[in-house]
Write a protein that binds this ligand. Structure first.
Ligand SMILES: [Zn+2]
Ligand SMILES: [Zn+2]
Length: 135
């Protein structure tokens, strides 16, 4: 009886240590239990601000990526498991019904002050400041 308890305790300890030391990390998964993030998007064509409408993605069906206001804030409100591809900037343009390349022949992208060439494939994060300039 004592022996079984010791073995049981050891199995439990090994299991707990294994779980803590080596959590299952899938690089594709951005969050396991949902998230509510915000990124800010500015679009300029020839130096002029292009307005981003309120309620993009909030039709009959409420999409996880949407806007509430005309302030350029992209809301990412996901339940459950969230994958990196769900957070790509192109998902926002898809909800908007516009092509990211359609604003002008030359596109320049900045994320938090640094040039990016990921464009629609850029995976958004909470607090991102995204600027798209076209000319
Ligand atoms: Zn919302
Ligand atoms: Zn929000």
């Amino acid at each position: 009886m004592k022996y079984i308890l010791i073995v049981g305790a050891l199995v439990l300890i090994v299991f707990v240590v294994w779980k803590v030391a080596a959590p299952v990390v899938d690089p594709d998964v951005a969050a396991e239990h949902g998230l509510h993030w915000h990124a800010h998007l500015t679009i300029e064509v020839d130096g002029k601000n292009v307005p981003i409408q309120a309620d993009i993605g909030l039709g009959a069906e409420e999409k996880p990526i949407h806007t509430h206001d005309t302030d350029g804030v992209i809301h990412m409100e996901f339940p459950g498991e969230v994958h990196q591809k769900d957070l790509e900037l192109r998902q926002f343009f898809k909800e908007w019904g516009r092509d990211i390349t359609s604003f002008g022949p030359n596109m320049h992208m900045q994320v938090n002050g640094a040039t990016s060439t990921e464009y629609g494939r850029y995976v958004m994060h909470d607090g991102d400041e995204i600027v798209l300039q076209y000319n």
